[in-house]
Design a protein around this ligand. Structure first.
Ligand code: AMP
Length: 475
């Protein structure tokens, strides 16, 4: 009988890898800087100069951690980097990545984006065989599997390890003389490959969760690491190999709905293009007579542009976002209602007064933020607020690397659209249908995962777990 998936915490992350650049740590730093939106809790970089692996990781933002002296302490022309956001209060430095160990394959480090769904089972087995874990992250399991492998080469050991893990993983590995990257056979999380010419040094290869990381370091986006593929970059050059078949792709559609930056190509597709098309189809599916289309910044902007394009209703940025909100702010002791949202967003009264407003956002999760924003727009004088959401209702949690609350906390899992409308106090509410989301993604070959909208999980272990928890609920 299989055990339940590792559920210590769910985390969202960004990864980078650089091979063949004299300033590899700097490039990894710049890549992580561009991927900061994928995780703000901790960040780390490991480099290799052929004599050992050097690693720095810390809590906080990339630019605060990697000061010039810290970067100078990371020598070598190979590097991997990671930026992490985790929930469930488990923000300990212990779980920050990259993880690094010394084993019979030399010293190796790993960074991971995704969730390994059979980590608990593997960890129990490894502990029985003598492995000692330092953290409670599922990623550490991979290192121990590699260390335990009887394969002679690192690539061989890694191949063996990858065939034992299930779930979502885009991985970057660093060894003393090479980097190896891999994607799970479903391709849940993205991993792009790029290159840049370094004068006097030859070709440098770069890998990153999103192509916006390449733009900052002047790398050209070549293509994606394929689902089930492993790419090895070492002294012998670049080797690409399929370590597992990939009969069924399940790329995360939420990367396009919300998570990735609009200036990125993700799964080979422009995120901005996807979002604008979601907005256009939303306008066609749920038109409403109004004066203004207003995005919830920043995540709703591209879809609002598409909505406005299709509806011919003017676009106005009537909610202004303060981009400099940090964790430490002083709140007056006399509580201010909706303080958190007010810190981040402020309405432009002059635009909203007396207007019928179409408010466009990318998603409703618990519904609490949407309610505060609708209230804010009404209090600023809007006559009507029509909320339009550029994806279907989020009814099921993600087990593949997106931070979503439990099913009970997802407002759409136990409320109808009209009940949600009443909760968020909007005059009307509509969500993009699943068919139109597929249409916006041009997903003719069924290559995306929509489990958060359907509850239909692509992997067996999660299907079993969901079935068991449904039975428990029914008693
Ligand atoms: P709420 O409905 O109050 O839970 O919040 C919804 C807002 O959270 C939306 O405007 C999204 O932009 C944002 N959001 C959706 N999913 C996530 C996520 N996984 N992590 C962080 N923010 C998210």
């Amino acid at each position: 009988m299989k055990t339940l998936p590792f559920d210590g915490f769910r985390e969202e992350c960004g990864v980078v890898a650089i091979h063949g650049h004299p300033e590899a740590a700097k490039l990894a730093y710049l890549g992580l800087y561009a991927l900061q939106h994928r995780g703000q809790e901790s960040a780390g970089i490991a480099t290799s100069d052929g004599r050992g692996i050097h690693c720095t990781k810390s809590m906080g933002h990339v630019a605060d951690i990697f000061t010039p002296p810290v970067i100078a302490s990371l020598p070598g022309d190979r590097a991997i980097g990671h930026t992490r956001y985790s929930t469930a209060g488990d923000t300990a430095l212990l779980n920050a990545q990259p993880f690094s160990v010394a084993c019979n394959k030399g010293r190796i480090a790993v960074a991971h984006n995704g969730n390994i769904t059979n980590a608990t089972e593997l960890r129990t087995d490894l502990e029985r065989r003598g492995s000692i874990f330092q953290a409670n992250s599922d990623t550490e399991v991979i290192l121990h599997l590699v260390a335990h492998s009887r394969e002679r080469t690192l690539a061989g050991a890694l191949r063996e390890a990858l065939l034992q893990i299930e779930g979502a993983f885009s991985l970057v590995f660093l060894a003393e003389d090479r980097i190896i990257v891999a994607r799970d056979p479903y391709g849940f999380r993205p991993l792009a490959m790029g290159q840049l010419e370094v004068s006097g040094h030859g070709m440098c290869y770069a890998f990153a969760s999103e192509t916006c990381a390449f733009d900052l370091i002047n790398a050209i986006y070549l293509n994606d690491v394929e689902p089930g593929e492993m790419v090895i970059v070492g002294p012998e050059g670049v080797t690409r190999e399929r370590y597992a078949p990939s009969p069924h792709r399940a790329q995360c559609v939420f990367e396009h709905v919300y998570f990735s930056r609009p200036d990125s190509f993700v799964f080979g597709r422009s995120v901005q293009k996807s979002r604008e098309e979601m907005g256009r189809l939303l306008a066609r599916e749920y038109p409403v007579d109004a004066d203004l289309v207003v995005p919830v910044p920043d995540s709703g902007v591209a879809a609002a542009l598409g909505y406005c394009d299709e509806s011919r209703i003017p676009f106005r940025q009537a909610l202004i976002r303060n981009h400099y909100v940090g964790r430490t702010f002083i709140e007056p002791s006399q509580a201010i209602r909706d303080f958190g949202v007010k810190l981040k967003l402020n309405p432009v009264r002059h635009l909203l007064e007396g207007k019928r407003v179409i408010l466009v956002d990318d998603s409703i999760v618990r519904g609490t933020t949407s309610r505060k924003i609708v209230r804010m727009v009404k209090e600023a004088g809007a006559r009507e607020v029509h909320l339009r959401v550029s994806c279907p209702p989020t009814v099921s949690p993600c087990f593949y690397g997106v931070d979503t609350p439990t099913k009970n906390e997802l407002i759409a899992s136990n409320h109808t659209v009209d009940e949600i409308r009443r909760f968020v106090e909007a005059d009307s509410l509509a969500y993009l249908s699943l068919a139109n989301l597929r249409g916006a993604m041009e997903d003719h070959n069924h290559e995306y995962c929509y489990a958060c909208y359907t509850g239909d999980y692509p992997t067996e272990l999660i299907q079993i777990q969901e079935l068991m928890s449904a039975r428990r609920v029914r008693g």
